[in-house]
Design a protein around this ligand. Structure first.
Ligand SMILES: C[S@@+](CC[C@H](N)C(=O)[O-])C[C@H]1O[C@@H](n2cnc3c(N)ncnc32)[C@H](O)[C@@H]1O
Length: 296
């Protein structure tokens, strides 16, 4: 099946290129709030966040930490609201997110990103569905360069539980999706019993990609093909359109091509373009790929 794919180099907080109710599935992994590697990017997209980090250096206040965390989630929430607008009734949104642990102001704590996203998406109008825990073998705890648990080793009570799962949050817009009686695309997109039994369980043991991929791909924190392949097959049918508002290296576009879905990806970092082109086979694929630069 010939499918169409658009890569839009622009900020997904607004998606004027997309009509309302035109997307069947959203699959994404955004920058993770309070994970250091994403601080600068949050500051670029929302300069108020950069100003707050500077304020924290001088005032060291708990309230400022809360303001930074709130502002990061509000920055992401703009994209969740746009996603709600463009999804069809019955459309699904899957968001891969990890919680963050960090010492700020000398205090070690958890920033539970998954619960903040659930709150924002519910406020937007989404219905929360049962989520998946992705158990990542690549996030073994490291302490002073060696595998170890954080805190005080074998002595209670000051050691910390390791974050070795990420979340794949699942939301629905509106009511259950309906298909006309003569539309057999669902049957052509069916999965096997083995796939059903494996994919619809809550804990997924899927190997991460970090150790084997390039420096550039590591910077995008690419998720494995297997994760997005499963989500696309679970929550869309052949010929549907899949959106990734935080495209990174283009894993979602690649998977959409392989699974005969159309796709649209948004990305602000133009330096990722060579990687996206390489990953998606920009020139070689039989499917149609279009690159769009939004004019400001
Ligand atoms: C965690 S990475 C996505 C990784 C991706 N799943 C992959 O497999 O490569 C998040 C990406 O979102 C991009 N980004 C951040 N904020 C954005 C925004 N508002 N609009 C579009 N892209 C954004 C970043 O540049 C980064 O490449």
């Amino acid at each position: 099946m010939q499918t169409e794919h658009k890569i839009i180099l622009a900020n997904s907080q607004q998606m004027p290129e997309l009509n309302g109710s035109s997307i069947h599935l959203m699959v994404t992994s955004p920058p993770y709030p309070m994970i250091k590697m994403w601080d600068a990017q949050f500051g670029r997209i929302n300069p108020q966040i950069a100003t707050l980090w500077q304020k924290l250096e001088t005032d060291g206040g708990e309230e400022t930490v809360t303001q930074i965390y709130d502002a990061m989630h509000e920055t992401l929430a703009r994209t969740w609201r746009e996603t709600f607008r463009v999804l069809v009734d019955g459309g699904i949104a899957c968001i891969n997110i990890g919680d963050a642990t960090r010492t700020v102001n000398g205090k070690f704590r958890l920033f539970p990103n998954h619960s903040r996203i659930i709150e924002h998406c519910e406020k937007t109008g989404f219905t929360t569905l049962p989520y998946i825990l992705w158990k990542k073998p690549t996030t073994k705890p490291k302490y002073k360069g060696k595998g170890a648990f954080l805190g005080s080793g074998f002595l209670p009570p000051n050691a910390y539980v390791t974050l070795d799962c990420e979340f794949i949050l699942i939301f629905r817009k509106g009511k259950l999706k309906k298909f006309p009686p003569n539309d057999n695309r669902r049957y052509k997109s069916a999965f096997t019993k083995k796939q059903r039994d494996e994919w619809f369980t809550q804990i997924w043991n899927v190997k991460g990609t970090r150790q084997t991929t390039s420096q550039l791909e590591r910077r995008t924190a690419a998720y494995p093909d297997e994760i997005v392949n499963r989500l696309i097959r679970m929550f869309s049918v052949k010929g549907d359109t899949v959106l990734d508002p935080f495209l990174g290296s283009g894993t979602t576009t690649k998977s959409a091509i392989q699974n005969e879905r159309n796709s649209i990806g948004y990305e602000t970092d133009e330096t990722l373009l060579p990687l996206i082109k390489k990953k998606t086979g920009f020139q070689s694929t039989a499917s149609k790929l279009t690159l769009i630069r939004r004019k400001n």
